[in-house]
Ligand binder design. Structure first.
Ligand code: UD1
Ligand code: UDP
Length: 352
């Protein structure tokens, strides 16, 4: 019966979170599935810790691709994923989000004429220099089934001649499953939570120096906790960054701790896609160090502010935002928390 398994392809931290709720929904409908982990993320905190906390079984395939340049990493994934798909012959392949694992998974599948379903379709930052934007656009245009987290995403696909299905966001489902299980916030007192890892911020030395200067300004007045992504840690090691007193750099934390830290923080400073949304849902004000966001709903609702990579702007925005509590009303742009169920049901009806 192996050839009837639906294949899910993941590789990076946020994809394990998305997979956790979707796989539960597939299991509950007895849809046989196998998981390919490309190995894009491999540090304990970035991968195994996530699998443990999310209660995910070991993936059937771990391709162990690891880190490299974009081209080499994507090419190695493409070739290894193809081998698995040739063996498994799945009726459909499910890919998540916007990483190189997403792009490689969808390209390997369509070249074998295996239909692709994209979870988190239709998002756009309209910033083509971001690797994630290229990955999203290409994946959407390769996919036969497009699951949109917002109505705006459905409209965007329509503008591009594609038909999306509104399901809501599977990260809301994950939060619903796991936030009740999260431990008390491990940080005492008032603090600002920082996560910075996007390529456009870490790989431009001037930009990163200005972001760090903003974090340092904050740390003179407030406790700042920064669970640091390995990409950023490596850049800081090369810069010989000296740690200001109020700043704690810590290892990446597990998802359950992360939820409790976002909830406990007085403000979040980030460039992460997932963290912007989680801050919105957990009612913590957020300052996003980016020109544009693929989650504009969080900005429109007043919970998120985009800022320049500039010390005074970051400091000023946090000081402003930490006191803001715009309320959430009834407007929940990310669905009803049953996105994974709708996706599993759709796959059962249309693909098996
Ligand atoms: C990737 C995604 C990004 C997503 C992020 C989630 C792409 C193009 N980017 O970025 O959209 O926001 O994952 O966290 O796919 N590294 C380690 N250990 C690890 C993983 C990475 O040391 O377990 C280091 C390596 O030096 C590597 C660098 O981090 O070169 C970048 O890793 P990579 O997976 O290429 O991109 P991310 O920045 O993690
Ligand atoms: N996250 C986590 N531990 C951390 C930092 C982030 O569990 O130390 C979670 C976070 O809560 C969110 C997801 O990882 O659910 C976001 O992933 P990331 O910021 O790596 O990628 P992005 O969303 O920007 O693609």
């Amino acid at each position: 019966m192996d050839k009837y398994n639906v294949i899910h392809i993941v590789g990076a931290r946020p994809q394990f979170i998305k997979l956790s709720s979707v796989l539960r929904a597939f299991d509950s409908k007895d849809i046989p599935c196998k998981v390919i982990h490309t190995g894009q993320h491999y540090d304990y905190e970035m991968s195994s810790l996530m699998f443990e906390e999310l209660g995910l079984r070991d993936p059937e395939y771990n391709l162990g691709i690891g880190s490299s340049t974009h081209g080499r990493q994507t090419a190695e994934m493409l070739s290894s994923i193809e081998n698995v798909l040739l063996k498994e012959k799945p009726p459909v392949v499910i890919v998540y989000g916007d990483t190189n694992s997403t792009l490689a998974g969808s390209l390997a599948s369509v070249k074998l004429k295996i239909p692709v379903a994209h979870v988190e379709a239709g998002l756009r930052s309209f910033e083509r220099y971001m690797p994630e934007e290229i990955n999203r656009v290409l994946t959407d245009h390769m996919s036969e089934h497009l699951f949109c987290p917002t109505l705006r995403a459905v409209k965007q696909l329509e503008l591009e001649g594609l038909k999306g299905t509104f399901t809501g966001d599977v990260m809301v489902d994950a939060m619903n499953i796991f936030s009740g299980k999260s431990p008390p916030c491990p940080v005492e007192g008032e603090f600002v939570l920082v996560t910075i890892h996007r390529q456009e911020n870490t790989d431009n030395k001037d930009r990163l120096a200005k972001i760090l200067a903003g974090i340092e300004m904050l740390s003179h007045e407030l406790k700042v906790v920064f669970p640091i992504h390995p990409r950023t840690r490596k850049v800081l090691e090369n810069m010989k960054f000296s740690l200001p007193e109020g700043l704690s750099l810590i290892h990446p934390v597990g998802y359950l701790h992360m939820l409790s830290m976002i909830r406990g923080a007085i403000c979040v400073v980030t460039d992460s896609g997932g963290v912007q949304k989680e801050a919105f849902m957990l009612k913590t004000p957020c300052v996003t160090v980016r020109n544009k966001t693929e989650w504009p709903e969080t900005v429109e609702a007043g919970w998120n502010r985009l800022v320049e990579a500039d010390d005074a702007s970051i400091y000023g925005a946090v000081m402003d935002m930490k006191n803001i509590h715009p309320g959430q009303g009834d407007d929940m742009p990310f669905g009803d928390g049953r996105a994974s169920h709708y996706i599993a049901q759709y796959i059962k009806e249309h693909c098996l």
